[in-house]
Design a protein around this ligand. Sequence first.
Ligand code: FES
Length: 156
Amino acid sequence: MDKSGRQVELMDPKLSRKRFLDTLMGAGGLGVISVIAYPLLKFVNPPARSSESSEWVDAGPAEEIQTGGFKTIMHASGIPLVLVRRSEDEFIALEKKCPHLGCMVELEQGEMFCPCHGAKFTLDGTRITGPSPRDLKRYKVEVRPDGHVFVGKEVG
Ligand code: FES
């Protein structure tokens, strides 16, 4: 009892230390979980890379690619693209990153094919089938007077 007559409950110092250690362990556990979870979340949902670069990339001489042929190039933003020559004077540049989960699509038998879950796209990037929610991204292409093909920013 204290001076006013109220019953005072004495706290066991061991119990207090145990509660303190339990709280500390809980906080440490949350820290460990967040250290593991954050990179996993970033892997599953990566931050969008900017494809808004205004820089043009020299993809080399147009004559290097025969009609129906293609080459892989790196966009100024660091995104890999497939540059396809559809006709004598028509080129198209498509992002290789599949809109579904980001695997790299490949050009096979006149279509863009994603090996991860089977999405297919036409050579202009239009989705044909598979789990992709949208078409492949296209990039501006121009053939300059010196005969080189340049790839610019994303179309649309
Ligand atoms: S990542 Fe391309 S279909 Fe799933």
